[in-house]
Design a protein. Structure first.
Length: 148
């Protein structure tokens, strides 16, 4: 029993702009010819594979800024939503206010997922190795950012 019911079609990504109260669709990364945007899912693997000496927080913030999608109307950042998310009517102010309350926190970068990734990786490496010390040092930086 697998996921045979999921269509093979590559859906456009769906976004909403909380300021304009509109929904938009954009082609996925695979469909765009010259995409510069990245997915954040493999970000930590890319950071450590590159041997980058850049500060981990600056690297995450820069990648997050590159990934953001801008509203064509107001130039604010939009939120990505599920492809079958029902966008309320533009005049439905009550629904948009509710969306604003529940989703505005998602426009702020949350370091918790990166903290969790580091905690899991620390358990996999040899204690007191160079890799261990590097992971531990970056974990401390991320935890500090999370509490600020």
């Amino acid at each position: 029993m697998g996921f045979e019911w999921i269509p093979l079609k590559n859906y456009k990504r769906h976004y909403i702009c909380l300021k304009c109260q509109k929904g938009f669709k954009r082609a996925s990364e695979e469909d765009r010819k010259h995409s510069k945007s990245k997915d954040l899912s493999n970000l930590m693997n890319e950071y450590y594979a590159s041997g980058s000496q850049q500060d981990i927080v600056k690297f995450i913030n820069a990648s997050y800024q590159k990934m953001k999608v801008v509203c064509p109307n107001c130039r604010n950042f939009m939120l990505q939503v599920h492809y079958d998310f029902e966008v309320p009517s533009q005049r439905d102010n009550k629904s948009w206010k509710r969306l604003n309350r529940t989703m505005s926190s998602k426009t702020i970068l949350n370091y918790e997922i990166y903290i969790q990734w580091h905690r899991l990786e620390i358990q996999k490496v040899v204690a007191n190795s160079v890799e261990f010390k590097n992971l531990k040092q970056n974990l401390v930086k991320l935890e500090k950012m999370s509490t600020d």
